[in-house]
Design a protein around this ligand. Sequence first.
Ligand code: TRP
Ligand code: SF4
Length: 328
Amino acid sequence: MTGKKRILSGMRPTGPLHLGNLHGALANWIKQQDNYDCFFFIADWHALTSDYEDTGSIPDNIRDMMVDWLSTGLSPEKSTLFVQSQVKEHAELFLLLSMITPVPWLERNPTYKDQILQLSNKDLSTFGFLGYPVLQASDIIIYKADCVPVGIDQVPHVEITREIARRFNNFYGEVFPEPKALLTKTPKILGLDRRKMSKSYNNAIYLSDNNETIASKTAKMITDPQRAKKSDPGNPEICNVFDFHKMYSNIDTISEVNENCRKAKIGCVECKKNMTVNLIKALEPICEKRAYYVSKPDLVDDIFKTGTNKARSVAQKTMEEVRSVVRI
Ligand code: TRP
Ligand code: SF4
């Protein structure tokens, strides 16, 4: 026992990670590794709740996600990193929890209604999609997690988890602590078009993008829309490129850009180029680690195996307790 509180969180393997993910969830996870006993997992069963028809890309997505995690600083020495579907105990607990979860709790889940509207191209009228929060509850409480670092959109799911845990404890005895959501701040950078960075908006820079791709993406970034000509003074406050400078350039550059932009002494093309150099430099260590892990598939396999075994032994212990109190 480490004596540290335990946190657990997961990501669905729906595609490569981008800068928004890095500066949001991932940075927060990396930071927590020294403060908590951390469990982080790839939620492949959850990916199936909406993408059940074409599952072909899931294996590659799982591996890519682990490589992204490792190259940004999640550490298999500090944290337990694993894949949900490799710990079958989640499914057993999911089944038992489904027996005690009232359907109206799931039907009134705001995420449920919202997603059905947003993903109208998919048929989400499935049992599995309705039960998404029950599977998530089993992910969380099977490790008796104290806290769950998530974005604001996932808070209703943690709330349902607490309700399910409470109901279980009422029926069968105190087995599960009620986990708390640990809110992740929203990332400081937006997508290329200044909307939230997202795969579905096609406005993301991925951790796996090469330098040329990054440069061609940043070249298309929207700047101060009022600034038509180089001789027009600009306003960095409303410019996305300036936000990126604030993330990736040093203090001197930031204040130079701030001044020169307002005095029309620098053009946007040059300004973007300077920012891009710094962005690429900042991503270099990630890029190098990425190449390292890509070249060492056996090492990554080992990391999957070790993490999964660690997670499984905790989950098995909880399930012994669960079976005993449920008497099944
Ligand atoms: N639903 C989460 C998301 O889409 C992923 C997830 C699955 C999760 N199980 C979890 C997050 C358990 C935290 C804890 O982001
Ligand atoms: Fe933005 Fe730089 Fe152009 Fe100013 S000079 S509007 S900060 S890109």
